[in-house]
Ligand binder design. Structure first.
Ligand SMILES: [Zn+2]
Length: 215
């Protein structure tokens, strides 16, 4: 697999690629090793149920063929970005869109208005022990269609603001501006939404990208 070193994800990506081709009755031995002090080996046996899952999502190879090659100067600029302080790294301008539900189900997401946090999956109370909320449950579409990109002031695009999601808008990722035409189909994907600093949390939650999964 030509993925480069994906670290903790590499074993899972390799298993996914094997499962894409596996047939019932086959055995898979997955062994992860690396710079740590130990190794884990897992034995998987492929059951009949795998046939039902066929075609449920893109194959690993399809993800790989979707990659975009970048030139060396672009790589260096990404690298410079990576070693920047985390706070600055996450303050890139965000893209916010208004979307409509295509009627393929929904996701429940919990917002804490007290501390500007997003919880997905939802939980009973805010993670912050002394936070009184209030908490607000919102639903996001499992499949969506872009109505329009919201033109926010650049200052507002550089922070994570929960009122954006509360107002029925979504954050859009993994796309070039020319892909984001009204009517384009979007799917949710989990991305980092906020970084609270060295004594806080990194907040992950659903964002949207142009549709890639088939079903
Ligand atoms: Zn809270």
């Amino acid at each position: 697999l030509e993925t480069g070193n994906t670290y903790a994800a590499s074993t899972l990506i390799a298993i996914s690629a094997i499962l894409d081709k596996a047939r019932p009755g086959e055995n898979i031995l997955a062994v992860s090793y690396g710079s740590g002090a130990y190794t884990i080996a897992t034995w998987l046996r492929v059951e009949n149920g795998i046939r039902k899952r066929e075609g449920c999502g893109p194959k690993v190879q399809e993800y790989l063929s979707r990659r975009r090659e970048i030139d060396f100067p672009t790589y260096v600029s990404y690298l410079a970005d990576r070693i920047r302080r985390e706070k600055r790294r996450l303050t890139y301008p965000r893209v916010v869109g208004e979307v409509e539900d295509t009627g393929d189900g929904s996701l429940e997401v919990l917002l804490c208005l007290g501390c500007n946090r997003v919880y997905f999956p939802i939980r009973n109370r805010c993670f912050q022990y002394d936070c009184e909320g209030p908490l607000e449950k919102i639903t996001l579409p499992r499949r969506a269609r872009l109505i329009r990109i919201i033109d926010l002031p650049i200052k507002q695009r550089r922070i994570f603001d929960i009122t954006v999601m509360r107002g029925g808008y979504v954050y859009i990722v993994d796309s070039e501006p020319n892909e984001l035409k009204p009517g384009v189909e979007l799917e949710p994907v989990i991305r980092r939404l906020n970084y609270e600093g060295s004594d806080g949390l990194i907040i992950y939650g659903p964002c949207y990208r142009p549709m890639f999964r088939r079903s």
